[in-house]
Design a protein around this ligand. Structure first.
Ligand SMILES: Cc1cc2nc3c(=O)[nH]c(=O)nc-3n(C[C@H](O)[C@H](O)[C@H](O)COP(=O)(O)OP(=O)(O)OC[C@H]3O[C@@H](n4cnc5c(N)ncnc54)[C@H](O)[C@@H]3O)c2cc1C
Ligand SMILES: NC(=O)c1ccc[n+]([C@@H]2O[C@H](COP(=O)([O-])OP(=O)(O)OC[C@H]3O[C@@H](n4cnc5c(N)ncnc54)[C@H](O)[C@@H]3O)[C@@H](O)[C@H]2O)c1
Length: 517
């Protein structure tokens, strides 16, 4: 295939996790794919977000463990250098980018002799018509690319804050935070969503920075259940982060060698905080503005995102995935949608995407994992549910780890089937917990059914098992003996909450055809 004459089966716009996954899935079907990337390969999934921030989080966690003083060991002369931390982050980023480029190169038409191919073009794309994009190449020239289908996977960028100038020198967003030259002594973070809470945790873990976390809402992670927000607030405050809630940032004044941030509060008073740097993390906006979607007659929905169906189609031969859509901004969702789109284009997808069982982890100290519905979401839908809570302190592994801060909270339908609706969990190794529940939800299992699995001991996942047992009244440790650490409640739209922790029923012994342990 020569690049100028060919009509590709698929042209992918943007090579973050979504674009890359979509291109590879189309390649699985033996298709000729062109991938256009204007910035750094990997996008926010690698360079500007997920991988970079998670590498920094891992390093900060290691540091905070090394700095502990309550475990019988004490490190001496522990120091940390910001530029060395950054170099390690860069190493992780480069490794992933190298893997991506290696694969693109392996399947390029120049080398690959098998079916299908992937052509990688570096430049910024915009639509000419429904089968053509124009790409501004790195050398300033343009190239037209023709394709039967397009996947828009151009991701998102950090939202600005009014007229505040993000100079990536003193005032940063998540794209620029790694340009800091050293740990700031004082850092203001505006926005206590996931990005804000994660970076507050990271800087607090390193112990070099006084963090001020500011949000206009009255709690952090305001879209989560109140008990989850309260848990995270306690963790952050325990690590020395100062929370400024229900606060509006009026302005940040640049002084000679510091920043003066003015916060306004609902009762009419204002506060001025002096800091050395600020991070603005008030959400993200999709990268659609330069795509010339008007040329292909596609409207952006009211909130600025692309509207897709369950098959990830925007319209006709135009598909979209990841942060440009109105679904949660997560790497796993971008990849899932992209793979679905490719399947829909070339072999018709068998089952539409189910967004109900999506799981996520917020990298805090300790981390928080979520899957499916929260209590607040059930209540908004007027869906009756039963919910059980078990504190990590009730399980052997957290006891052994001396890491008792954490919990598992599982929601099931308030009926005989007790189908799992969702889970919220906090603590070390929550990824294990969330994965097992996501898997059970995907298979539409009820609480009793999933107890047939035997969990290893001692493991964090035993806390999940005990929580499920609690839901069906078969827990080993009993809520009556540990109020506050274990409880069960029901909620329905008419009566609200009913605490069932003390409703102890003697189990009738029958010979069942199939036992639940
Ligand atoms: C600080 C931070 C931490 C995060 N942590 C996590 C996490 O722990 N877990 C998680 O699941 N998610 C996390 N996310 C979210 C995750 O990074 C995004 O949801 C994900 O990267 C979206 O993938 P995408 O492919 O849609 O877009 P992106 O990753 O943004 O990639 C889009 C690509 O398109 C390119 N592009 C844009 N316009 C054009 C154009 N016109 N022509 C050509 N190329 C173009 C861009 O240069 C970019 O490379 C985090 C995000 C941030 C900001
Ligand atoms: N671990 C993960 O999965 C992970 C990590 C980081 C980011 N992400 C993704 O990236 C996306 C963006 O994250 P984010 O934290 O920037 O956005 P977000 O929407 O999660 O949080 C934005 C926060 O800023 C606050 N805010 C908004 N306007 C404000 C204002 N004017 N003044 C004060 N506060 C204001 C909001 O109340 C909210 O708490 C998230 O949706 C998330 O899906 C995921």
């Amino acid at each position: 295939m020569t690049e100028q004459t060919v009509e590709y089966d698929l042209c992918v716009l943007g090579c973050g996790p979504g674009g890359f996954a979509g291109a590879m899935r189309a390649f699985d079907f033996g298709k000729h794919v062109c991938v256009v990337e204007g910035g750094e390969i990997g996008g926010a999934g690698v360079k500007w977000g997920a991988l970079a921030s998670k590498t920094m989080w891992e390093l900060s966690k290691d540091y905070s463990i090394a700095a502990k003083q309550d475990r019988g060991y004490q490190s001496q002369h522990l120091t940390v250098d910001f530029s060395e931390v950054n170099a390690t982050i860069e190493e992780a980023v480069k490794e992933r980018q190298y893997q991506m480029l290696t694969q693109l190169e392996t399947f390029s038409p120049r080398r690959w002799q098998g079916e299908g191919s992937i052509t990688y073009v570096r430049g910024w794309a915009s639509f000419v018509d429904r089968h053509t994009v124009e790409v501004c190449l790195d050398d300033g020239t343009t190239q037209h690319i023709h394709a039967k289908n397009f996947l828009i996977s151009t991701g998102s960028h950090p939202r600005g804050y009014g007229n505040l100038q993000v100079d990536q020198d003193k005032i940063f967003n998540s794209n620029g935070i790694h340009r800091l030259k050293k740990f700031p002594k004082r850092l203001l973070i505006l926005g206590a969503g996931v990005v804000g809470c994660e970076y507050a945790t990271i800087f607090a873990n390193f112990g070099q920075t006084q963090v001020h976390l500011v949000d206009h809402k009255d709690r952090v992670l305001s879209y989560e259940d109140r008990d989850v927000s309260a848990f995270v607030e306690q963790s952050l405050e325990g690590a020395g982060v100062v929370l400024h809630q229900s606060a509006t940032l009026q302005d940040i004044h640049r002084r000679q060698d510091y920043l003066a941030a003015v916060l306004d509060f609902p009762d009419g008073h204002s506060e001025v905080i002096e800091v050395d740097a600020a991070l603005i993390s008030v959400g993200r906006q999709p990268n659609l503005q330069h795509l010339r979607l008007d040329k292909i007659g596609i409207d952006i929905s009211e909130n600025g995102f692309l509207t897709t169906g369950v098959d990830c189609r925007v319209d006709g031969n135009i598909f979209a995935c990841g942060d440009v859509t109105c679904h949660p901004n997560l790497v796993n969702i971008a990849e899932l949608e992209a793979r679905m789109a490719a399947k829909e284009m070339f072999c018709r997808a068998i089952r539409p995407l189910n967004y109900c069982n999506m799981s996520a982890i917020m990298f805090l100290n300790p981390s928080v994992a979520t899957v499916g519905l929260s209590e607040e979401q059930c209540q908004a839908k007027k869906l009756s549910y039963r919910v059980a809570y078990v504190a990590y302190a009730m399980s052997s592994r957290p006891l052994a780890m001396r890491a008792k801060r954490g919990f598992v909270k599982i929601l099931v339908t308030d009926d005989a089937e007790m189908k799992i609706l969702g889970m919220r969990s906090a603590g070390p190794q929550v990824s294990n917990v969330v994965l097992s529940i996501a898997h059970f939800m995907d298979h539409d299992k009820g609480a009793a059914e999933v107890l047939k699995s035997v969990y290893p001991h001692p493991s964090i996942s035993e806390t999940t098992q005990e929580c499920l047992r609690l839901l069906i009244g078969k827990s080993i440790y009993k809520a009556q003996a540990f109020p506050g650490k274990m409880w069960v409640k029901t909620w329905n739209p008419q009566d609200g909450y009913h605490d069932c922790s003390r409703d102890f029923q003697v189990e009738q012994c029958e010979i069942p055809s199939q036992k639940t342990p």
